[in-house]
Ligand binder design. Structure first.
Ligand SMILES: Nc1ncnc2c1ncn2[C@@H]1O[C@H](COP(=O)(O)OP(=O)(O)O)[C@@H](O)[C@H]1O
Ligand SMILES: [Mg+2]
Length: 145
């Protein structure tokens, strides 16, 4: 899916994430770009729900990476969701140090907040979703795939 979508609530953001989740497969990297509070983690929660992740998906800012077992019987096709928030890292060396290449090789769906920190390490095949904060509950979400 590709295009710009104006969403007016968290529920609409989750709905959009569910639609993207239906297209995901093992090894896919999804880069989420946008300012703090733009909705990246909220979108990840919608993806996780659609992939059958049980339990809460929170912002991983303080631990950088969180792994969530997914449940393909929920309708998704990936066994694992890896959620990264690179905000606190300073560049490609830091990103390599958290085991970036190992994660890419694991057959997970990998969602990356602040992918700018990974620079050229982001695979060319990565999908990009950009969030703009338009109003209290309104966001413009551009999916470029
Ligand atoms: N349409 C919307 N989509 C996403 N988040 C929304 C929306 N409307 C309000 N919000 C709120 O905005 C905040 C977004 O935070 P979060 O998803 O953590 O952003 P980020 O990860 O980009 O910093 C949350 O408090 C969420 O409840
Ligand atoms: Mg976040």
């Amino acid at each position: 899916m590709k295009g710009s979508f104006e969403v007016r609530s968290v529920e609409e953001t989750w709905d959009l994430a569910r639609q993207l989740a239906a297209e995901l497969g093992p090894g896919d990297v999804i880069c989420l770009e946008g300012d703090l509070g733009a909705g990246k983690t909220t979108f990840t929660q919608g993806l996780a729900a659609a992939l059958g992740v049980r339990g809460r998906v929170t912002s991983p800012t303080f631990c950088i990476v969180q792994e969530h077992a997914a449940d393909p019987s929920a309708g998704g096709t990936v066994p694992l969701l890896v959620h990264m928030d690179l905000y606190r890292l300073h560049g490609e060396d830091d990103v390599l140090a958290i085991g970036w290449e190992d994660y890419l090789a694991r057959g997970a769906a990998i969602v990356v907040e602040w992918p700018e920190r990974a620079g050229t390490l982001v695979p060319a095949s990565a999908r990009h979703v950009v969030f703009h904060h338009l109003g209290e509950e309104t966001r413009l979400v551009t999916i470029d795939i």
